[in-house]
Design a protein around this ligand. Structure first.
Ligand code: 6PG
Length: 484
């Protein structure tokens, strides 16, 4: 507990689970933490249940909270992203002074962060939008943190954020990502990759369950094995645990009693929308978002299940089971590579558009621990960008190209098997199409250009000479050069 007149190095506003766990993490790491929540019961509960874990200064008004902070004051907002964030920012701006730092640790939309940074900066305070990943457990024991905002704020904030971040090989999973909205942008894409990663794991499960006829407990063992190889990651690890879990009420596999309609709070959707806006084909992420939407289309699914949509012929799997399981593992790995590669493409495009100068190596470093998509192969991603900072695409790195050489045949076999079995595998199959599109010497885009020119005189370029051309489709079919 604190002595009277002590000041806090950091404050946390909003003491729901994420906020109070973050406050406890700060306190457990030797920081004195000011805490405030709109309804004081939460503040009191935190102090009575966890006050002994370190030094807390509880306040019941924003003014007292701000007064309990050491200068430059640093306060992290952990409230539901949206209007509540703006309300708290306004209160803090009012009560704070020039040079104080307001940090938004929620999953804010990066364009909101850009706007807020401008507004707060105009009033002489600093605003840092920080993505924080790792869920409740990460917030308490070490999250991965992606702070944006002014570089100057990072000077002050860096050490305190490093004190609570996850560490991998002694390296804290936090670094300054770039100005204004960069931190929240990168967190958004992290979540998009999270959606795709979860979906490919789901597709692998579906194929093993209904293609190879395996029971959840057996699949749990398979995932456990996979977790010691290339796929070693938090999401694979928890999947093994989830699949091994039985329902305490019925004794059935828990996964079988959960309604198969996946929810979403919006960050994956934002990533897909932003990919569309930037013209970056984040197909794996978008398919994962659509897969969640489809799973929740209860009425349509019900009607389709009642036999209205024919399945066609569905020949049973005619391959060796062990070989099929290994093929699925490889298809999962390949599709996951595509999702990460596309996510890094989007980050590069966003960084170029907003002049953020985001270094992909930083992300590969700070995503190795603490966050939901933490995975062993992030070390390989870092090496890829270490070797070539201007890599045109992650999958074109020599290491990953070589990996893909060993994955491509099984990946194709699995997509064929899914099609023959009538099992949906939207990310496995669209990622394979993406891969084949990238490597295709010719795409049907030439035909699309001709169609566009036909009905709208939209013109086209030629492969053999410069200039812009139009063909008189409805006239004499003569070719004109419309521009040089
Ligand atoms: C994280 C998670 C976290 C949250 C997601 C879940 O990085 O810790 O991404 O931010 O669990 O927002 O998102 P959905 O509810 O949309 O699945």
């Amino acid at each position: 507990m604190t002595k009277k007149n002590d000041l806090a190095q950091i404050g946390v506003v909003g003491l729901a689970v994420m906020g109070s766990n973050l406050a406890r993490n700060f306190a457990r790491n030797g920081n004195t933490v000011a805490v405030y929540n709109r309804s004081p019961e939460k503040t009191r509960a935190l102090i009575s249940e966890h006050g002994s874990e370190g030094n807390f200064i509880p306040s019941e008004t924003v003014e007292d909270f701000v007064a309990s902070l050491e200068r430059p004051r640093k306060a992290i907002i952990m409230v539901k992203a949206g209007a509540a964030t703006d309300a708290v920012i306004n209160q803090l701006v009012e009560a704070m002074d020039e040079g104080d730092i307001i940090i938004d640790g929620g999953n804010a939309l990066y364009t909101d962060t850009i706007r807020r940074e401008k507004e707060v900066a105009a009033k002489g305070r600093h605003f840092v939008g920080a993505g924080i990943s790792g869920g409740e457990e990460g917030a308490l024991n070490g999250p991965s943190i992606m702070p944006g905002g002014p570089a100057e704020s990072w000077e002050t904030l860096g050490p305190i954020l490093e004190s609570i971040a996850a560490k991998v090989d002694g390296v804290p999973c936090v670094t300054h990502i770039g100005p204004d909205g960069a931190g929240h942008f990168v967190k958004m894409v992290h979540n998009g990759i999270e959606y795709a990663d979860m979906q490919v794991i789901g597709e692998a499960y579906q194929l093993l369950r209904y293609g190879a006829g395996m029971e959840p407990a057996e699949i749990a063992e398979t995932f456990k094995e996979w977790n010691s190889g290339d796929l070693d990651s938090y999401l694979i690890e928890i999947t093994a645990e989830v699949l091994a879990q039985t329902d305490p009420d019925t004794g059935r596999p828990l996964v079988d009693v959960i309604v198969d309609a996946a929810g979403q709070k919006g960050t994956g959707r934002w990533t897909a929308i932003n990919g569309l806006e930037l013209g970056v084909p984040v197909t794996a992420i978008a398919e994962a978002v659509f897969a969640r939407a489809l799973s929740s289309s209860a009425q349509q699914r019900q009607a389709a299940q009642e036999g209205e949509l024919p399945s066609g012929d569905l020949p049973a799997l005619d391959v060796d089971r062990a070989a099929f399981i290994e093929d699925v593992r490889r298809a999962l790995y390949a599709s996951k590579l595509i999702a990460y590669s596309q996510g890094f493409d989007e980050i590069k495009a966003g960084s170029d558009q907003f002049d953020w100068n985001v270094d992909p190596r930083d992300l590969a470093t700070i995503w190795r621990g603490g966050c939901i998509i933490r995975a062993k192969f992030l070390d390989r991603i870092r090496e890829a960008y270490d070797n070539n900072a201007d890599l045109p695409a992650l999958i074109l790195d020599p290491y990953f190209k070589n990996e893909l050489a060993g994955l491509i045949d099984p990946w194709r076999r699995v997509v064929v098997a899914a099609t023959r079995l009538g099992l949906p595998a939207p990310v496995f199959s669209s990622s394979l199409s993406y891969y084949d599109s990238l490597r295709a010497k010719r795409l049907p885009a030439a035909l699309i250009q001709a169609q566009r020119d036909y009905f709208g005189a939209h013109t086209f370029h030629r492969v053999d000479k410069p200039g812009v051309y139009h063909l008189e489709w409805s006239g004499d079919r003569s070719l004109t050069r419309t521009e040089n």
